[in-house]
Design a protein around this ligand. Structure first.
Ligand code: FAD
Length: 225
């Protein structure tokens, strides 16, 4: 089981030190965790067995300073990670379009995190816990509502843990910057268009028997949004 480190900042390394627009960077564990917790989707970059850089989208869960990933034991991503090879996990939330007068200075508002490291395959005794962390990250409370994994399902699933000990976040907020006075004088609208992600109304499965209400976990998730 993982605990949150009492070190407030993730140590940066040669690889994880932000160089471009370094003023947007943070290594604060709190801010890195906030970004990780605000999204469900991670992209994992690996060098696949054929030598090609490959980026695969996947669910994840965070507990303390550890990211849990999972997948079929047959998946290339899982096999590569289980081999202990270097990987890079990235998450991004897009918060807005930044529209400058100059085409060159257009940008986005975002929160992103990049984590480097090597994952470890968790022991059988930690497998269910890792799956629960991933499930809680997807929707708190759903693990307890769902049927628990069978022995066969567990055998088909690999759970991996990656320590968040080489990581950075980059966070951009606000409107366009660095525009020249002559551009600011142009009659072109400039500013930020915020982007919000929201949940829709739950749609029951087509084969859901009548009389089963939307679950507590889903209703609680909708209330939090
Ligand atoms: C939604 C979005 C859109 C973007 N669009 C563009 C674009 O169109 N063009 C462009 O050049 N850049 C864009 N960026 C910024 C981009 O992510 C890089 O930060 C930038 O390209 C510099 O990359 P680099 O490898 O040269 O940076 P470096 O500063 O040399 O990277 C060194 C290290 O800093 C860390 N790092 C770099 N970028 C990030 C990041 N975004 N989040 C967390 N850690 C990071 C990594 O550990 C990396 O290994 C965008 C970012 C986001 C989130």
């Amino acid at each position: 089981m993982s605990e949150t480190s009492d070190v407030a900042s993730v140590p940066d390394s040669a690889a994880s030190t932000v160089r471009r627009e370094a003023h947007l960077a943070t290594y604060s564990r709190e801010q890195i965790n906030q970004v990780l917790d605000a999204t469900h989707l991670a992209h994992v970059g690996i060098i696949a067995a054929d030598g090609r850089p490959t980026v695969i989208p996947t669910l994840f869960g965070r507990e303390g300073d550890v990211l849990f990933l999972h997948g079929s034991v047959a998946s290339r991503l899982v096999r590569t990670l289980a081999d202990g090879l270097d990987c890079c996990v990235e998450v991004t939330l897009v918060d807005g379009l930044v529209l400058a007068r100059s085409a060159f200075l257009h940008s986005m508002n975002y929160r992103s995190v990049v984590v480097f490291g090597r994952a470890r395959t968790v022991e059988a005794s930690e497998q269910l816990h890792g799956l629960k962390v991933i499930s809680d990250h997807l929707l708190p409370g759903r693990w307890e509502e769902a049927r628990q994994p069978s022995e066969t399902e567990l055998r088909q699933t690999c759970v991996l843990a990656l320590s968040i000990d080489e990581a950075s976040a980059k966070i951009r907020t606000g409107g366009p910057t660095e525009e020249e006075p002559e551009d600011i004088a142009l009659p072109i609208w400039a500013g930020e268009v915020p982007i919000h992600t929201s949940w829709g109304t739950p749609v029951p499965a087509s084969d859901l028997p009548e009389g089963i209400a939307v679950s507590d976990a889903v209703r609680a998730g909708l209330r939090r949004r």
